[in-house]
Design a protein around this ligand. Structure first.
Ligand code: ZN
Length: 270
């Protein structure tokens, strides 16, 4: 896993004057982890090349008092595919996790999950994109090679084993990782699940360690759906339910209250 390699993030930022653009630029430039910043006032767009997570860059932009919406994420190389999972589940747990295939053996996973108990939580791609019984119908960890459960750094692991994400005291896990086994084209149509407890990465000695990492109940899940890459999403973040970019910013990212009509939008339509 290499979290240092910069990735391009494209944000829509509400900017009305040159001083706004200057303030946004100042909030980003020379910050640790930020490599390049490009601000287009006319298009209200900010492009940031950075090793930070998208949530961290968004917080820097919004520290200027302006709202920002992530429009796209791209690698330094040719993009081979992108996907997104809108996660919803038990209680207040919800999140958005993006996948971007940077090369044949590098898949970037960038996400934010809210409403978690502080501490580590297992994160796995599961075999089935089936939410008919909520997260229980997602099947087991995606395991096309018939291996035992492990950690993302092990060769003996399920392809879907992404290890743990860690929630802070505010209940938010904001993360960015790269994985060598996961491929965007293999996981589209499957599901992503976050668990209630820590994944022991196969080393816990529990009967479940070599099967699931013994990481507890499934808290939230979402179908992994193909998504726009960088520059491909000029107007809306989400074309499915018709909300505009700025409406989107103030809506729950998943779950109840998501759609205009009050009915829930199936994640598969995203
Ligand atoms: Zn596993």
């Amino acid at each position: 896993m290499d979290t240092k390699r910069p990735t391009k993030l494209e944000f829509a930022v509400q900017m009305t004057c040159e001083s706004c653009a200057v303030a946004v630029r100042a909030a980003l430039e020379s910050k640790p982890g930020v490599k390049t910043v490009s601000v287009d006032l006319g298009k209200e767009e900010v492009m940031v090349e950075s090793a930070l997570t998208s949530a961290e860059v968004q917080a820097l932009i919004e520290s200027t008092g302006r709202r920002a919406v992530l429009k796209g994420i791209g690698g330094s190389e040719r993009d081979l595919g992108a996907a997104v999972a809108m996660m919803a589940g038990v209680g207040a747990v919800q999140g958005v996790v993006r996948f971007l295939q940077l090369s044949e053996d590098r898949c970037l996973v960038d996400g934010t999950i809210d409403g978690l108990e502080p501490g580590p939580h297992g994160l796995h791609v599961h075999t089935l994109g089936d939410l008919t019984q909520d997260c229980l119908s997602c099947g087991e960890h995606f395991n096309p090679f018939g291996r035992q459960h492990g950690g993302p750094g092990n060769s003996e692991r399920h392809v879907g084993d992404l290890g743990n994400v860690v929630a802070g005291t505010d209940g938010r896990a904001s993360f960015r990782l790269e994985d060598s086994q996961l491929k965007v084209w293999d996981v589209i149509g499957r599901s992503l699940v976050v668990d209630g407890g820590e994944d022991d990465l196969g080393k816990g000695g529990n009967p479940l360690s070599k099967q699931t990492g013994n990481s507890g109940a499934r808290l939230a899940c979402g179908i992994i759906a193909r998504s726009a890459g960088l520059f491909q999403n000029s107007k809306q973040i989400c074309a499915c339910d018709g909300v505009t970019l700025w409406e989107e910013r103030d809506r729950p990212i998943a779950g109840k209250g998501r759609s205009k009509t009050g009915t829930e939008t199936p994640a598969a339509n995203l």
